[in-house]
Ligand binder design. Structure first.
Ligand code: ZN
Length: 254
């Protein structure tokens, strides 16, 4: 069962079953996706996440804020939507921090909090929001997520767990600039496109006819189809990288 909030991830330490659950809640994962708001991980990396979880690889989403207030949302509604999306994607963990929506900042204390989750979960790959965005929260999430990666390897610190360096970072696109994504690679998400779409649609408070923004879902499909046809598939999801992306075997890209 996915841990759906910070409390759920650190509680349940009474009795053998509860202790096992608590240990499991902090077991290593393959990937961590850091999101400024609940729905960004789904919008930008929902396909990649669904592919990984269907390969049996555990994925955690760390939402830095609860995303509220919004015109038609509320904290309980948004949390329920994020739980539903987590189920659809098959997340192993989902934790929502209480950092401030709209005013998210890359502070030392926020870096320490995020680094603590990296050290608990010990992922091999990290997904962050793309490094350029019109939304200040998204920019802050990128900077904060990168700085926390560095903090997570510190020794002689009060941070929980053992030092951990996440070897690989990719950047997903849930971006408020209208740009052609500078993709370093494109993942074929054709087989899981319906899962990604359903996970985004789980946020009914964010995308609905009353707000008049259901065309966002159409545009999401158009973008995914654009990237898909570039790799001779139906749907694709672009990822950026600050570093060259290496492959051990060239046949992996054929
Ligand atoms: Zn956002």
């Amino acid at each position: 069962m996915p841990a759906t909030d910070k409390t759920a991830a650190v509680q349940n330490q009474d009795g053998p079953d509860a202790a096992a659950e608590a240990r499991d809640a902090e077991a290593p994962v393959f990937a961590v996706v850091v999101a400024p708001h609940p729905d960004d991980a789904e919008i930008g990396a929902g396909g990649v996440i669904a592919r990984l979880t269907r390969q049996g690889l555990p994925v955690a989403v760390l939402d830095l804020t609860n995303g509220e207030p919004t015109p038609m949302g509320s904290v309980p509604v948004r949390m329920e939507e994020s739980r539903r999306a987590a189920q659809l994607l098959g997340l192993a963990r989902r934790v929502t921090l209480d950092l401030p929506n709209r005013y998210l900042q890359d502070t030392v204390s926020a870096r320490q909090e995020v680094a603590g989750w990296y050290r608990r979960w010990r992922p091999r790959v990290l997904f962050l929001p793309y490094w350029e965005d019109a939304h200040p929260d998204h920019l802050a999430a990128c900077r904060l997520g990168e700085a926390a990666r560095f903090y997570a390897k510190f020794t002689h610190t009060d941070l929980p767990g053992e030092p951990h360096w996440i070897p690989k970072v990719f950047y997903y696109f849930s971006c408020h600039w209208n740009l052609v994504e500078p993709a370093a690679l494109v993942v074929d998400i054709s087989a899981v496109w319906p899962v990604k779409l359903a996970a985004v649609q789980a946020y009914a408070s964010q995308f609905n006819a009353v707000r008049g923004n259901l065309d966002f879902l159409d545009r999401l499909g158009t973008r995914a189809a654009y990237w898909g046809q570039l790799i001779q598939s139906q749907y694709g999801e672009p990822l950026a990288s600050r570093e060259p992306v290496g492959v051990k075997d060239l046949s992996a890209v054929l």
